[in-house]
Design a protein around this ligand. Structure first.
Ligand code: SF4
Length: 149
């Protein structure tokens, strides 16, 4: 039988890997090769440490728990649409100047909409999905020059 701390680490790692979907307690112990009794002890321990959340769930007529991680590791997908990444003013933006993230409406909107589902695609009068306008690309090097200064 694995040591309890090893089992806690493995269990936590597995639960974190299930993300928002979580995992049934019984499936987790089967996966880790632990007994349900040992598994219950470990999941209670992880919950007491504030590392996971347990929610009661009825499965095939029996009550069990679904385990969710309380924290998920950050991923690149969480910032891929941050307006700063493609902002032409990025090089000049600074919290100590007038052009500042503290007062940027684009950044504020992005932060306020974090976690919300994306807005549905706009449709025209014939029900066709309208495509997003193409970004305008200047013909000259004015943007690049403004970033060099
Ligand atoms: S905070 Fe605003 S102005 Fe500054 S880089 Fe981000 S989007 Fe651009």
């Amino acid at each position: 039988m694995p040591k309890r701390n090893d089992l806690e680490q493995k269990a936590l790692h597995y639960v974190v890997g299930t993300g928002y979907q979580g995992v049934l307690q019984s499936d987790l112990w089967r996966e880790l090769g632990a007994s349900s009794r040992e598994g219950s002890r470990v999941s209670i321990k992880l919950e007491e440490k504030g590392l996971i959340r347990r929610e009661k769930e009825l499965q095939e007529g029996r009550w069990t728990y679904r385990l969710y991680p309380k924290r998920l590791p950050a991923s690149i997908e969480t910032i891929v649409d941050c307006p700063c990444l493609l902002c032409p003013d990025n090089a000049r933006c600074d919290p100590t100047t007038a052009l500042s993230p503290k007062s940027c409406p684009k950044l504020t909107d992005w932060i306020l909409n974090l976690g919300k589902p994306p807005a549905p695609a706009a449709t025209d009068s014939e029900g066709q999905t309208a495509s997003a306008p193409e970004p305008s690309i200047p013909e000259d090097d004015s943007v690049a020059e403004s970033l060099d200064t």
